[in-house]
Ligand binder design. Sequence first.
Ligand code: NAD
Length: 441
Amino acid sequence: MPDSMMLNHDMEGLIGSREPDNISGELIRRAGARLGLSREAIGELIKPQNIYAFRLPVLLYGRVVNIWGCVVLHNNARGPYKGGVRLAPDVDIWETTELARLMTLKTAVTDIEFGGGKTGIRLDMSRLYKIYGRTPRDPEFETNVKRNVLRDFGLEFKDIFTRHIYIPAPDMGTGPLEMTQIYNATMDPASVTGKPQGIQGWLPGRKESTGYGVAASTLKAIDILGLDPKSVKVAIQGFGNVGSHTAMFLHEKGIKIVGITDINGGVYNKDGLDIEKLLEYAEKTMTVAGFDGGVPLTNEELFSLDVDILIPAATGHVINKDTAPIIKAKAVVGAANMPVTPDGMEILESKGIMFFPDIIANAGGVIASQLEYSGSLSARQRTKERVLEIVGEKIEDAFERTVEIARQEKVNLTEAAIQLAVMRVHDAMMQRGWVSTTTIA
Ligand code: NAD
């Protein structure tokens, strides 16, 4: 696979479809205009550098199933392309491009030496259950399916992984076990991050790091709003890697989590959920729905709960023109990538609801990934405490600088965070000679 420095000026022409209007591109455009960047430079910051579309014929339980996916390498001006592997039934090239672009912004705003990339693999588990005549939810079946898919994906892209051009990690639908399959293919501990305990180059604290960063951001929001932590109520959408660790860290700090939902439903308890018991329950059942430590809660109801902080930690665009009007929380902390649409953001602002930007709040995973990558290269080991401490410091630093820019430029925190990131990526692109100082007419 080429480590192409050639920018694809006509990527959309090649693909034969225009990238739909997207939030991150628009925010980069606005930040670039405020910084006085040329139109060409802004265009180069928005476009991905490489897109690979692929088909994997995967052997599953004696039968070949064709699975499609794409790897989007957005920008490596500041370091290797970095970003998770998403397994979901509805991923597409443009959504993956948007997520890869967010990775470029996230690594830049937190000032770590990575660029941005992402993988989207279309996997419809409910269809597979039907094809194989299985009854959902069968953890062993799902694990085997994912392992086989990731094994073949690891072999397909072994070259770019071992050359550290793109370093994958977990995202929605994948976790440490799936990362092991990439390691099996490469036998290189620095080729993938998010490896489980005991696998060469694994990092203590990596699996908890995104949730830790979201919890730290939530505590910061509570502090800024002048709320009393003892009486604060939180609701979380999503109880996967990010949602469950966020809940655990907040619970440990004595913060009450009253509502949690996932794709199958949810649970509410006005006195606070017993998070340890919920974790045990969800591990067995693969859902929070049906937990007897509260009453059932739907995803729609979650948004209108009478809480102080709302944490979307599942999928994107969930806070929009339909849900934003019913939100009663004083702050929303972005755990999922791009959880708020532009009209959702306008409504949040008009209601005076603070939004803690996702590219900072959920950056804990990639910050820890940088430590895992450099540790894998040098065989240097760190403790979980130190890893989480660094995550906290990096998030605090990015947030402080963002607040400063927001104040100076009179823009919201998301616009300010993106401006900081754009400035850093553009600087690196200039130094590498990827954008010209003169404007092409
Ligand atoms: P995960 O697959 O471990 O868990 C996802 C959770 O969201 C599950 O509980 C699932 O049931 C729920 N969910 C999915 N679709 C939903 C829907 N439509 N409605 C309600 N609930 C739904 O994923 P994760 O790793 O926890 O990632 C969650 C979010 O955080 C994603 O947006 C991801 O891109 C983002 N993120 C993850 C990391 C990481 O380190 N894992 C880092 C940064 C950002």
